[in-house]
Design a protein around this ligand. Sequence first.
Ligand SMILES: Nc1ncnc2c1ncn2[C@@H]1O[C@H](COP(=O)(O)OP(=O)(O)OP(=O)(O)O)[C@@H](O)[C@H]1O
Ligand SMILES: [Mg+2]
Length: 167
Amino acid sequence: MSILEPLAIECTSHSEAQTQRLGMRLGTVLPRHAIVALQGPLGAGKTSFARGIGIGWGADQILRSPTFTFIQAHHRSQDNAVLYHIDLYRVESDADLLTLGLEDALSDEDGIAIIEWPERIADLIPPDAIYVRFAITDETHRQLKIATQDTHTWQVLLKFRKLAFGV
Ligand SMILES: Nc1ncnc2c1ncn2[C@@H]1O[C@H](COP(=O)(O)OP(=O)(O)OP(=O)(O)O)[C@@H](O)[C@H]1O
Ligand SMILES: [Mg+2]
């Protein structure tokens, strides 16, 4: 792990389980109203990481790749907050985007939102979002860059770093 720029953390995952574990660590420290945008090619590990976030955050059910829905709402019993798992890969038109209920998901003050393929709604992603960029190094290795432009959100990422790497 190294810090390559002020508000980004870079690390390598050696397995799907490790990617899920990194997501779990992040899920543990996410505050209410957090938005996490997961970027990377097909099969990069976005859903694996999202599944980990769900576990760390305390979602009642395991997150899966949604097949027919673009937004999957997961609850947690402790406070009934909602985790919105949004996957925009199959969205075909701007008209589709308008009917999804994206704005409700992104404006839920008590919930959190995880977005796969966030490029499709770049304008709707707030400046305090957390971006996780995945690069496929080889069959089992993924390079992750976890970044934000917001100094307040950076404090959240420092907590994540401490939890995940002890520094
Ligand atoms: N280090 C790793 N981290 C995550 N996944 C890995 C890793 N190494 C291999 N894999 C494999 O890569 C695939 C990642 O799938 P996953 O559904 O998480 O990707 P995704 O980015 O959500 O893809 P999609 O764009 O299709 O939604 C799985 O088959 C997993 O076993
Ligand atoms: Mg996926």
